[in-house]
Design a protein around this ligand. Structure first.
Ligand code: CS2
Length: 506
């Protein structure tokens, strides 16, 4: 906590020392929306792995709407795989929490009741497996971030040498990875003669349902061929496209929300008005009435998923790396610079030609709405937060579109500048020589390569392009190498701000 955050927190604590909770829902100010159903009648139907802010601001809100339309058997049990922080914050408030929707015109608050209980997997893996194996649970959904799947992002296959996979194969009933829990719980259901649950991936992976199906069945087959086959034959893994911008909650946010409620909420989540969830309608054991809650049910999510990854997430990452290097703290700050706003638009324009959308999709309108969402000054979405885990994000966000453009003989300089921004960022030194706190499972490897290469584009770019887990065969593509080396060279000579300006003005 920053010292000013701490001071503010202490002041507000004096005013709002009573915790949000079941007992005081009726005493919230009238403007605060609250569960429109009898929460005491709701029973769990979903176990969610990865109880972070994104889940709580996205899927849990939809489920809250479903509960209000009468699907009372679809409450959520949330699981944090490692940290007890969310459980520690939410258990004392009966797992109620606030979603603060921030628009330029003001903030709307809504207390969500869909989360009924929480488990910390690290503390009690057996308990989590038992809950997942409970016949009442029919969906296991996930937001464990890209790296939580223990796969090789480039190929989409399970990384059998991943330390968590190695651990989980040796400790089948006390796993620590998401695939490990899913396989252990499905094995238990099979042994008990129960039907499998639906695995509903809500992370930004390419073909997320298919990818998770492959990872889970590969993992299960390492344990037993029969189990792998049973899962492949009976479990369902619908793909989904999830979209809502959810910055990390700060201490100032906690205080602002607690003031609005008149009660202390230890972990509200902050988000934007926009929300979208597109889901393939292939469930193994039923589902709540998602359509009644605004979810788009389709037979094939792929076009929507690629649209979102290559337009929203790709331009987000481009703004994050280049914006961070240019000294911008948030995406909204970065978008205030017209050259960076132009760059985001250009990434989207150039990716759009690689998409094959249903005729009813208005891509130009979608692009325009993304630029507006990024510019929302009420959201403090840090460039540093989005810059995290680039090794897991680049393939589906930037590299796929580059490969497709190269196949059409189209220029790739805009995407190459974004990739070069990532390369400059993972050297872990900013343009003023200050350290960058690079968070990435491969951060150590990147730092080593950067040290060996030195700040020389002709050496650094080829070294990073050689990291097969990220680039695969594309790293050896001569046109791609040339474009990335040139862009990185400009970042070193001109700095990010000028390099972006020159690029968009050309
Ligand atoms: C962001 C996403 O952190 C990131 O990498 O690009 O979390 C983004 O905000 C969401 O996908 C929006 O739906």
């Amino acid at each position: 906590m920053s010292s000013s955050g701490q001071r503010q927190g202490e002041t507000t604590m004096r005013h709002n020392s009573t915790r949000l909770g079941r007992a005081n829902l009726d005493r919230l100010p009238p403007a605060i929306r609250r569960p429109a159903y009898d929460r005491s009648r709701v029973t769990p139907g979903i176990v969610h792995l990865g109880l972070g802010a994104f889940h709580r601001a996205h899927q849990a809100v939809v489920i809250d709407d479903c509960l209000a339309t009468g699907s009372a058997s679809w409450g959520i049990v949330g699981a944090s795989l490692r940290s007890p922080d969310t459980r520690d914050a939410l258990a004392p408030q009966d797992h109620l929490y606030t979603v603060a929707v921030r628009a330029t015109e003001g903030t709307e608050h809504r207390v969500i009741g869909a989360l009924l209980d929480s488990v910390v997997a690290r503390e009690n893996p057996v308990r989590l497996i038992e809950r997942m194996a409970d016949p009442a649970i029919r969906i296991v959904s996930l937001t464990v971030t890209e790296k939580g799947y223990c796969h090789t992002p480039q190929t989409g296959d399970l990384d059998e040498r991943h330390p968590d996979v190695v651990h989980d194969l040796n400790n089948f009933d006390a796993p620590r990875s998401a695939p490990g829990f899913i396989v252990a719980a499905l094995a238990r259901r099979r042994a008990q003669g129960l039907a499998p649950f639906t695995v509903l991936c809500c992370d930004n992976l390419a073909a997320n349902g298919h990818t998770v199906q492959r990872i889970v069945t590969q993992f299960a087959a390492l344990r037993s061929k029969d189990l792998g086959k049973w899962i492949a034959d009976t479990a369902a893994f619908p793909s989904t496209m999830v979209d809502r911008i959810v910055p990390e909650t700060t201490d100032a946010d906690r205080d602002a929300v607690s003031s609005a409620l008149g009660f202390r909420d230890a972990w509200p989540v902050m988000t934007e008005p926009f929300t979208q969830w597109v889901v393939e309608d292939r469930f193994a054991a039923g589902r709540p009435d998602l359509a009644a809650a605004g979810v788009e049910l389709v037979t094939d999510v792929k076009p929507f998923e690629l649209m979102k990854l290559r337009l929203l997430n790709a331009s987000h990452s481009a703004l994050a790396y280049l914006g961070y290097l240019a000294g911008y703290e948030t995406i909204a700050d970065t978008m205030q610079d017209p050259h960076f706003a132009r760059l985001a638009a250009q990434v989207m324009e150039e990716a759009a030609v690689t998409l094959k959308m249903p005729a009813s999709t208005d891509l130009a309108a979608y692009r325009a709405s993304l630029l507006k969402r990024f510019a929302n000054p009420a959201l403090h979405h840090r460039t540093w937060q989005i810059a995290m885990d680039g090794s897991q994000k680049l393939p589906q966000r930037l590299l796929g579109a580059m490969r497709d453009r190269l196949a059409k003989n189209l220029p790739i300089a805009t995407h190459a500048l974004a990739v070069a921004g990532w390369m400059r960022y993972v050297t872990a030194r900013d343009e003023h020589g200050r350290a960058i706190d690079v968070r990435d499972p491969l951060a150590g490897e990147f730092a080593g390569l950067a040290r060996e290469a030195g700040p020389v584009a002709e050496r650094l770019a080829p070294a990073l392009l050689g990291v097969g887990q990220v680039f695969g065969p594309l790293g050896a593509e001569p046109r791609l190498r040339e474009a990335v080396i040139a862009a990185l060279g400009r970042l070193y000579t001109d700095g990010a701000r000028r390099a972006v300006e020159t690029h968009v003005s050309a």
